[in-house]
Design a protein around this ligand. Structure first.
Ligand SMILES: Cc1ncc(C[n+]2csc(CCOP(=O)(O)OP(=O)(O)O)c2C)c(N)n1
Ligand SMILES: [Mg+2]
Length: 487
């Protein structure tokens, strides 16, 4: 890329250049006056596609999923006030699912920003977005004329991508966007050195050898750590069964004999069976959410030895107290585990789980009157879509049927809104996915969810994106109906 060196540029242009230098795959936005200078600068520089969406929330979801697929932070831009508030659901989604998305909001002129918190509003469409998103971002900062822009951008990137990843928000008043900035070549932050975990791995191998029913629980943190290839090699080497949370459906391909399936109240029967029977549970980047383990923690633990690996100490110190907690970067840990692991012998244990599965098919949960239930339908859809890059799944019963029954090939992704569970996630997310990897993406959405983001079909058409949408129509908000009927 040609860098504009020793040339006076505006701060908006500098931001556009930063975005291009970092190879951001795409920027998603719905325009507005207070963000116009940055949007124009990105467009004029011509190095990063800038995609106009029909709603800022959709822009936010698109940027999140573009990030999840490309593994490079993507950007969503919004104008001040309603543009910024419309981003909030998407920001929360990135936060809960540990995605390092960059959100940039425009703000009114510095002179129009209210001076006291007691005043509701000063400028037109002025809103304190920094305060609003403090609890759902890793950092949220407003840039002023005196702020070192280059430092803040580098720092924001570093904050989003380091440790447990998550979103950051940068708010930039319109007058600051237009200020002149002396461009200097951007320097990237140093990568942290990798520690060696051989000692821990040796102890873990011994622990595994001492247990009869060891089980791995793959969580969203494992997928976020971008170490799936090594993880898969590790599992084939260890020959240990693996269950997953909703956020790690694609941690193993369905071809693997060791992929048992999803746990929890909406999980696969055989996975819950394996979880119950296990005497050693190795949790890799999993929050152990109430939907996965239930609210009775003692009942979940029984006499199991729980070994937790997570980068987030607040998760490790959460409700489930493990026998062993390891606060480490999972990608480093898995690399070392693969290097130093010893092979365990758990064939009988894996056979036992498969036997249970044979005798307890998932389909049996469905309404007996249905000849072809939703689990059959989702399995069939996946059989028809083996060439697709992956499945992007919305929120509701269809999401659970998909997580239970879709068969994934080696390369396919399964992307959904996990922690926030935000309806309307899938269609805009598929748009974001296309800008990260232009191949066919399959959307699975309920009749309810589809209506939240139906306008984005226009965006799909405008860019002629290879997205196929399957609407699972049960003429109701099925998950809520199920909740009402059973409570
Ligand atoms: C933004 C948002 N609003 C409300 C909910 C609560 N909710 C969860 S699932 C669901 C129903 C979704 O309906 P549909 O898309 O038809 O899926 P189904 O459960 O019928 O498969 C609702 C209303 C939510 N998760 N997100
Ligand atoms: Mg429905």
């Amino acid at each position: 890329m040609e860098t504009i060196k020793n040339k006076l540029v505006t701060k908006a242009e500098f931001i556009a250049e930063f975005i291009a230098e970092r190879n951001v795959p795409a920027v998603f936005t719905l325009s507005g006056g207070m963000i116009a200078f940055i949007a124009d600068a990105i467009y004029r520089l011509g190095l990063t596609p800038i995609i106009g969406m029909r709603h800022e929330q959709a822009a936010g979801f698109a940027a999140e999923t573009c990030t999840r697929v490309s593994k490079i932070p993507s950007v969503a831009l919004a104008t001040s006030g309603p543009g910024a508030t419309n981003l909030i659901t998407a920001i929360a989604s990135s936060f809960f699912d540990s995605v390092p998305t960059i959100y940039i909001t425009g703000q009114v002129n510095q002179s129009e920003i209210k001076k006291s918190n007691l005043q509701r509003q000063n400028g037109f469409q002025e809103l304190n977005i920094i305060e609003a998103v403090k609890g759902i971002t890793k950092s949220a900062i407003q840039i002023g004329s005196d702020t070192n822009l280059k430092f803040v951008l580098n720092k924001a990137w570093e904050t989003a991508t380091s440790g447990r990843p998550g979103p950051v928000l940068i708010d930039i008043p319109i007058d600051v966007q237009q200020e002149v900035y002396q461009n200097v070549k951007l320097k990237s932050f140093n990568k942290k050195t990798k520690l060696n975990y051989k000692k821990e791995i040796d102890k873990l191998s011994e622990l595994i050898s001492k247990h009869k029913y060891p089980l791995i629980l793959a969580g969203g943190g494992l997928v976020a750590a971008d170490i799936i290839k090594d993880f898969r090699s590790l599992v084939e080497k260890l020959k240990l069964p693996v269950v997953n949370s909703l956020m790690a459906v694609d941690s193993l391909s369905s071809n693997s004999r060791y992929r048992i399936g999803m746990i929890g109240s909406y999980g696969n029967k055989e996975s819950n069976y394996a979880l119950r029977e296990s005497d050693l549970l190795i949790c890799l980047g999993s929050r152990l959410d109430v939907r996965q383990i239930g609210s009775d923690i003692e009942q979940f633990k029984m006499d199991k030895y729980i070994y937790r690996v997570d980068i987030d100490e607040f998760e490790l110190n959460g409700t489930v107290r493990a026998n062993k907690n390891l606060k480490v970067n999972l990608s480093h840990f898995i690399t070392d585990w693969l290097k130093y692991c010893t092979i365990s012998e758990s064939k009988q244990w894996v056979d036992k789980i498969h036997e249970y599965k044979m005798n307890n098919p998932q389909q049996e949960e469905q309404d007996k009157a249905l000849i072809w239930g939703p689990n059959d339908a989702l399995l069939e859809i996946s059989n028809l879509c083996k060439e697709a890059e992956g499945f992007i799944v919305d929120v509701g019963q269809h999401q659970m049927w998909a997580a239970q029954s879709i068969k994934l090939t080696d390369k396919q992704r399964f992307i959904t809104s996990g922690g926030l569970g935000a309806m309307g996630f899938a269609i805009p997310s598929a748009i974001g996915a296309c800008f990260a990897k232009k191949n066919n993406w399959i959307v699975i959405a309920g009749d309810g969810c589809t209506q939240l983001s139906i306008a984005e079909i226009q965006t799909i058409k405008e860019h002629n994106l290879p997205i196929v949408i399957f609407v699972v129509n049960n003429n109701q908000h099925g998950m809520v109906a199920q909740f009402q009927e059973t409570n």
